[in-house]
Design a binder for this molecule. Structure first.
Ligand code: GLY
Length: 339
C-alpha cells in the first residue's frame, strides 16, 4: 500500500493506492462509522461488510435523487449517527455522490471517505469533492464541493466489474489523456482494454496516473474558476444527451468528446479528431451517434455552468492540451445544426 496526502484549499485528503479494503477500519473505526453502498456491491462483497453499520441503496443513476437522500438521513438517525460519525461510500459514482452529499448536510457536515469500486469512480467520481444529486433531466443540479478525508483504492473490486463499466471508466481516462497527457494517449493507442484487464500492475499504474491528473487539476482550482473546467471536455453535450437517451455516462461523454473534437478542428485548427475517435472506438465507446440537436441544445441552455449568452466549451488545441473556449449560445446552436 502507498499513502499520499494532497492539500486542498481548506483540508487535506489521504490517498491509499494499492490498498486492501480492510484498511478502512484503521481510518474509521466500525463503532463510529456507517458504510453506504448499493445492492450490487453488497451482494458481491458481503464478507467485507461484516460488522459494519451499512446502508444499502438501490443501484443506478435514477436513485441519485433527493428521495434517496431522505431515506439515507432517516437511516442515519436510526443508527444514532452523530457529529463523530464517519460516512464511508463504498461503490461507484452514484454511491460516492450520495455519500459525499449526505455527509455535507447531515448535522451540518460530518467526516467522510470513499472506497470507489468502479473504474469510473476510481479515476474520476471519487476525486474532487463535487458531490450532488440529479433533479429531473438536470444532472448534479444540487450539491456541494467538500473534500473527503480519505480515498482508498482497492483494485480487487474491479474483478467483478461488467464490460460496460470498464468502458465507462476508459471514457474518463481517454478524456484525461486528451486534455492533459499526450504520453498517456499513446499508451492507450498502444494497448487495448483486455491488456489492462489482464495485467493488474499495468492497470494499477494507469489508475494512479489518472488519479494524479485529476487531483492535480482540482488542487490547482478546487472551485472551478479556470483550469478545472477542462475536466468538462465532452461533458457539456454529454450531460445533455445522457438522460435524454438513457446512455451510460461513458457513452454520453464519448459522443460529447467526439463532437467537441470535430468542433476543435473547426475552431482551433485541431488535427487529431480522427485519433480521438479511433481511441474511443478501440475501447468500445460510441462516437458519431446521431442525437436530437434541438432538444440537446435546449437542455444544454439550462446547464448550470452557463451565463445567459455563452458557454465555456472545452476544446482541444492538440492531443494532451485542452483549452477553455467561451462560445456564444447562438454559435453552438449553429454548429449543432451540422451534426
Ligand atoms: N466528485 C467528482 C468531482 O468532484 O469532480
Amino acid at each position: 500500500m502507498k499513502k499520499r496526502t494532497f492539500t486542498f484549499s481548506n483540508t487535506s485528503v489521504d490517498y491509499f493506492f494499492d490498498a486492501d479494503f480492510s484498511h478502512v477500519e484503521k481510518l474509521a473505526p466500525k463503532e463510529n462509522a456507517v458504510i453506504i453502498t448499493d445492492e450490487h456491491i453488497f451482494a458481491k462483497h458481503k464478507k467485507k461488510f461484516k460488522g459494519w453499520n451499512t446502508i444499502v441503496l438501490k443501484p443506478g443513476e435514477q436513485y441519485k435523487v433527493q428521495q434517496t437522500v431522505d431515506v439515507v438521513v432517516d437511516q442515519l438517525i436510526a443508527f444514532g449517527a452523530d457529529r463523530k460519525t464517519t460516512l464511508i461510500g463504498v461503490g461507484g459514482g452514484v454511491v460516492t455522490d450520495i455519500t459525499g452529499y449526505v455527509a455535507g448536510i447531515y448535522m451540518r457536515g460530518i467526516r467522510f471517505g470513499f472506497a470507489p469500486t468502479s473504474l469510473l469512480a476510481m479515476v474520476d467520481a471519487s476525486i474532487g469533492g463535487k458531490n450532488g444529486i440529479d433533479v429531473g433531466v438536470y444532472k448534479n443540479m444540487v450539491g456541494l464541493i467538500r473534500q473527503p478525508s480519505f480515498l482508498l483504492f482497492d483494485i480487487s473490486f474491479l474483478k467483478s466489474l461488467p464490460k460496460t463499466e470498464w468502458q465507462n471508466g476508459f471514457a474518463e481516462i481517454i478524456k484525461h489523456a486528451c486534455i492533459k497527457d499526450a504520453v498517456m494517449f499513446r499508451l492507450l493507442q498502444k494497448h487495448k482494454l483486455s491488456d489492462f484487464q489482464k495485467d493488474p500492475e499495468l492497470l494499477a499504474s494507469l489508475i494512479e496516473q489518472n488519479v494524479l491528473i485529476k487531483t492535480k487539476v482540482v488542487v490547482g482550482d478546487e472551485f472551478e474558476q479556470g483550469e478545472r473546467k477542462l475536466l468538462n471536455y465532452g461533458h457539456t453535450l454529454g450531460h445533455a444527451i445522457e438522460n435524454m437517451y438513457e446512455l451510460s455516462h461513458g457513452q454520453a461523454i464519448s459522443i460529447g468528446m467526439t463532437y467537441a473534437a470535430v468542433m476543435s478542428q473547426q475552431l482551433k485548427h485541431f488535427t487529431g479528431a480522427e485519433l480521438v475517435v479511433n481511441v474511443l472506438e478501440k475501447y468500445g465507446l460510441p462516437t458519431f451517434a446521431k442525437f436530437n440537436t434541438k432538444k440537446a441544445f435546449k437542455i444544454l441552455m439550462m446547464d448550470k455552468k452557463k451565463d445567459n449568452v455563452s458557454i465555456n466549451y472545452i476544446l482541444l488545441e492538440k492531443i494532451g492540451k485542452g483549452v477553455i473556449q467561451p462560445l456564444l449560445l447562438v454559435q453552438i446552436q449553429d454548429i449543432f445544426k451540422q451534426f
